[in-house]
Design a protein around this ligand. Structure first.
Ligand code: MOS
Length: 724
């Protein structure tokens, strides 16, 4: 299929306003009589609030002060479970938990005031680690600290151990990771006769609307949510904006004035969500010729103090935990538990980077045990068309993962380097290594999720050559507006410039679901394509003068042949998977412990590349974040508090630390994705961590089972080996 617009690098819709500085981020917005708002937060992990005093030389009468008693509706951030309050009333369950809100016109005075609110507590015992939470000696949530459990069962795992030539066990863990969007979280709220209006940085306007309806006891038409230009999100603006919008709105209601709340970097890092820390145990039965007989996986994640999205993150991590491999006997047990840390939440990949890291490290370990090269061992087990995943989803795409893997390895010169590096390494303190990971990522909501979302999109034509796309999908730097305009223009036979994409505003756009889960281009893009085809058929006979604008609205319908059993966790977990092999070449300096990534190949099969520059950018950005998770980004906790909450000591990779990332695509069009496209937003986050750690093992023979690997970790292991 030949396209005019799709597959070309049209200019980004919002590029002009971003490069000229006219794009309006929430902090650029100033409304008449606007106040600023700040949050007074818990300083302890768990306990009862005993006394609050307002001290210091502060003109307290000038301040608007809000506490839990000012909430007109329900004091819960409405999401999945109603366990998280907007403001703690009597008990706190994590450091940084919001207790009070203050508003004043003078930002600087406001900050001084915040420091002069003193809260006395009666502390309760707290839990900080996964294992401690699982042991449930101290119960901090529910009856046993468990937010959610899943089990996947396929075949007869227990019968296989006695038949195995090898049984390989491993335990792998990952730390928290901060999303580090350039623009911190921020919101402005106004209250009037028409209800509450929110403007802010966010991924999911309709999540914010739903949460505020519960908080204020208002109907949908009285809660209007408008997305401002958004400077990155990566999952970090998926659920947290519902909290911040509620806070700004509570202050606006009490003060009768617009209230702006924008976090600074330290507050954003300390108080908002991060990637869930995880632990994965693998026990695998393998035949003498290196075929997977049985896989047993235990996957656990630390959800922090409230459930937020932990159950859903756990679900995705669980389903991805056995990767793109064929195995007839599988048991996965997973659990998300509570600790007294700020809630962990959505971050690009949503559980899959954690469980796929464990799997792809474990695959190298099995290969070594069995005595096969890592690529040969994987090749013997990769899914073929007609095989089924851990949940029994039959792979229908005509994919050839063995060929995909070889192509990536050939591009980086894998085999030649595996032979050459050991020879060169013997003469140098700087040891080179090469490693890779082969993986997949399911796009769209899991299981029946897309059916429940019932996403809607609307196209509106004011003239035959002027069409607007109305969806709730947010532009946060990833290119939503550009690709949706390409898709609509393509299907309508219009130029790119003739298609406008409306800014998400709940008063104007239909609910097309949240901008998450790699679903925008694939799922919502397909709805835009369908609406555009329908509109194209109607346009020639539409009389604009007599009838006004032509509107076409379409709603998601599940593709045929999809079956998902939520009780047994069996069936078609995702409409489609994107597949990839990522390979990394590293140098480990055995004197300083530093690891440098020198070369990186990212090859993926994505259905259809809608925009080559944006798609490449998505992959490069994800790889950079993955390298960050592998080698740099370590959240240091002290009793539930992130103590390195500044960019000077939570170190992310800069351009100097990132190699030339060589991005390659393969395209096997997926019939239910827009113009054949599958999701690619999260995929690139899954592969870099295991690829880099596998390369480190190849360089120095040390098998790290935890990410990130910092120079001090390398030095400690090298020192231990010297002693041993
Ligand atoms: Mo997300 S991590 O925005 O699905």
């Amino acid at each position: 299929m030949e396209y005019r617009l799709v597959g070309t690098a049209v200019p980004r819709k919002e590029a002009g306003r971003k490069v000229s500085g006219t794009a309006e981020y929430v902090d650029d917005v100033r409304l008449p009589e606007m106040l600023h708002g700040v949050t007074v937060r818990s300083t302890i992990p768990r306990g009862h609030i005993r006394k609050i005093s307002f001290d210091g030389a502060i003109p307290w009468h000038e301040f608007v002060i809000v506490d839990a008693r000012d909430i007109p509706g329900k004091n819960v951030v409405s999401l999945i479970y109603d366990d998280q309050p907007y403001l703690a009333a009597e008990r706190v369950n994590h450091p940084q938990e919001p207790i009070l809100l203050l508003a004043h016109a003078d930002k600087h005075l406001l900050e001084r005031a915040r420091q002069n609110v003193h809260i006395e507590y009666e502390p309760l015992p707290a839990v900080f680690h996964l294992e401690e939470a699982l042991a449930a000696e101290t119960v901090i949530w529910g009856e046993d600290n468990v937010f959610k459990r899943y089990t996947i069962e396929k075949g007869e795992v227990d019968a296989m151990w006695s038949e195995a030539a090898f049984i390989v066990e491993g335990e792998y863990s990952t730390g928290a990771q901060e999303q580090l969007y350039i623009e911190p979280n921020g919101m402005i709220a106004t209250f009037g006769a028409e209800g509450v209006t929110i403007r802010g940085s966010m991924q999911c306007p309709f999540y914010v609307q739903k949460a505020l309806m519960a908080l204020f006891g208002l109907p949908a038409e009285k809660v209007r949510v408008i997305q401002q230009e958004t400077g990155g999100a990566f999952g970090g603006k998926e659920e947290y904006p519902s909290m911040l919008a509620g806070h700004a709105a509570l202050l606006a209601l009490k003060s009768g004035k617009p209230v702006k709340m924008v976090y600074d970097r330290e507050e954003d890092m300390a108080a908002t969500t991060k990637r869930h820390p995880s632990k994965t145990r693998h026990r695998t039965a393998v035949t003498s010729d290196g075929r997977l007989l049985a896989m047993e996986v235990e996957f656990s994640i630390d959800g922090g103090a409230y459930a937020t999205l932990s159950g859903v993150v756990l679900s995705r991590g669980t389903i991805h935990s056995c990767g793109p491999y064929r195995c007839d006997n599988v048991r996965v047990r997973s659990v998300a538990v509570a600790t007294n840390a700020p809630p962990h939440g959505a971050f690009r990949g949503f559980g899959a980077p954690q469980s796929l890291f464990a799997l792809e490290r474990h695959m190298d370990k099995i290969a070594r045990t069995v005595g096969l090269e890592p690529d040969e061992f994987r090749a013997r087990n990769l899914l073929r068309t007609g095989d089924s995943t851990a949940t029994g989803q039959v792979i229908k795409d005509p994919i050839d993962l063995v060929r995909l893997q070889s192509r990536a390895l050939d591009s980086i010169g894998y085999h030649e380097k595996r032979r050459r590096f050991p020879v060169e390494n013997a003469r140098s303190r700087r040891k080179k290594g090469i490693g890779f990971a082969t993986f997949f990522h399911g796009a769209g909501f899991t299981g029946s999720g897309e059916r429940f979302l019932q996403s809607v999109v609307t196209l509106e034509a004011r003239a035959a050559n002027r069409v607007r796309v109305l969806t709730s999908m947010t532009e946060m730097g990833q290119g939503t507006n550009t690709v949706l305009a390409q898709i609509a223009g393509e299907a309508l036979g219009l130029c790119y410039e003739q298609v406008e994409v409306t800014n998400p505003d709940t008063a104007e756009v239909p609910n097309s679901g949240p901008t998450v889960a790699s679903r925008t281009a694939m799922v919502v893009g397909k709805l835009v394509e369908n609406a555009a085809r329908e509109m194209k058929a109607k346009l020639p006979s539409h009389d604009f003068a007599a009838l006004g604008p032509l509107r076409v609205t379409v709603q998601y319908k599940e593709p045929p042949g999809i079956f998902w059993d939520d009780a047994l966790y069996r069936g078609e977990a995702y409409g489609a998977f994107s597949y990839a092999t990522y390979a990394a070449e590293v140098t480990v300096d055995t004197l300083t412990g530093e690891v440098e990534v020198n070369d990186f190949v990212a090859l993926q099969e994505v259905g259809r590349v809608l925009h080559p520059v944006l798609a490449t950018g998505q992959i490069e950005g994800g790889v950079a974040q993955g390298i960050g998770m592998a080698l740099y980004e370590k959240v240091v906790w002290r009793d539930g508090v992130m103590v390195n909450n500044q960019m000077t000591n939570y170190v992310m990779p800069t351009s100097a630390d990132i190699p030339n990332i060589r991005v390659y695509f393969e395209e096997i069009p997926y019939e239910h994705g827009a113009m054949g496209a599958k999701g690619i937003g999260e995929l690139p986050m899954d592969g870099p961590v295991p690829a880099v750690l596998n390369a480190i093992e190849n360089a120095i023979g040390i098998d790290f089972d935890h990410a990130p690997v910092l120079p001090e970790d390398v030095l400690a292991k090298l020192a231990k080996r010297r002693v041993a």
